[in-house]
Design a protein around this ligand. Structure first.
Ligand SMILES: [Zn+2]
Ligand SMILES: [Zn+2]
Length: 323
């Protein structure tokens, strides 16, 4: 048996004893990041997660047991990709692995003491890491951010604006900082704004955003109303990246004038492909200490519900649960 934080339906989650998973590779989870998707599921439910189930998809751990065929051995430290594209369908071959319709998923969530996979999954989806550092809980969200960054044009003195300075927004900030791209945030939550400012990052109130000044605007807030607002705010020749997951029912009315006469484009990004995961892993291995400051809370699994509240109220950036 093992302890797991079981999601029982919107607003309900409980630490329970459940069966320990068995498989070719069994990993003892050391750290597991709490993500906006987990929060959204906990608060309102999600079509992909039917309760009772265990959430969490951003984790690293130590291999407890492994078959020889898996290529892993007990004691190996690994970062875990929660899903993998098939790599062979037309969408994958065009270079959009994140959109693959035949993805394979890790069975079981990360908010548990153990996780397992068959040898075939582990070979492509488990990656050896050099040390057990909390920053490795950021590999998956950073991979999603790198997918988004790949859709931007950042050369030639272009400036970026990140709308929403939560855990994802702050990862964009960390990458822009590393690449020498000038950037600022729009953040209305005073707690988050204070954390960002404490890191030396520029934070603007929405009404203080200069018109047609920022070239690359990243939307990390789930609000369809912000799409026309920031498409219009982008500089001539600029770009709006819709990074946040808007729902099927959302509608926005954009001004086509911005698209034609000002050559502003709009793009989106969703999840990651395996190549982004590999790129993210390399960045964290090289710069883990700098990125680790984005983790503001480390809490035991038993405080998972409290962690959801902290994230919801914007009192935390990245929270890592440590089973
Ligand atoms: Zn996530
Ligand atoms: Zn595919």
């Amino acid at each position: 048996m093992m302890k797991a934080l079981v999601y029982l339906g919107p607003g309900s989650m409980e630490l329970r004893e459940v069966d320990k998973p068995a498989g070719d590779v069994v990993v003892h989870v050391l750290g597991s990041g709490l993500c906006g998707t987990d929060l959204k599921t906990y608060l309102k439910g999600h079509h992909m997660f039917t309760p009772p189930t265990v959430l969490g998809h951003e984790c690293y751990g130590r291999v407890e047991s492994a078959t020889a065929a898996s290529g892993f051995a007990a004691g190996d430290l690994v970062a875990i990709a929660p899903y993998l594209e098939c790599g062979t369908c037309p969408t994958c071959l065009k270079g959009y692995g994140e959109l693959c319709a035949s993805k394979s998923f890790i069975s079981g969530g990360c908010f548990a003491e153990y996780l397992s996979a068959d040898a075939a999954y582990a070979k492509r989806g488990f990656f050896r890491i050099p040390r057990a550092a909390t920053a490795f809980a950021l590999v998956e969200p950073l991979a999603c951010v790198l997918n988004g960054i790949g859709k931007l044009r950042l050369d030639g003195g272009r400036k970026a604006l990140i709308v929403g300075g939560g855990p994802m927004g702050s990862l964009f900030g960390a990458v822009f900082e590393e690449r020498g791209v000038p950037f600022a945030f729009v953040e209305t939550n005073p707690g988050r704004a204070a954390i960002l400012a404490g890191w030396g990052w520029k934070v603007l109130a929405p009404e203080a955003v200069p018109e047609k000044d920022y070239d690359q605007i990243v939307l990390t807030v789930n609000s369809a109303d912000l799409v026309p607002r920031y498409l219009g705010a982008a500089a001539d020749g600029g770009n709006l990246l819709v990074f946040s997951g808007l729902s099927r029912q959302d509608r926005s009315t954009i001004d086509p004038y911005d698209v034609h006469y000002r050559e502003v484009s709009m793009t989106g990004s969703y999840g990651y492909a395996r190549s982004h995961f590999v790129e993210s892993l390399a960045l964290i291995t090289a710069q883990g200490a700098r990125l680790e400051r984005l983790v503001t809370h480390r809490l035991p699994l038993s405080r998972g519900v409290e962690a959801m509240g902290l994230l919801q109220r914007g009192e935390a950036m990245k929270i890592v649960l440590e089973p």
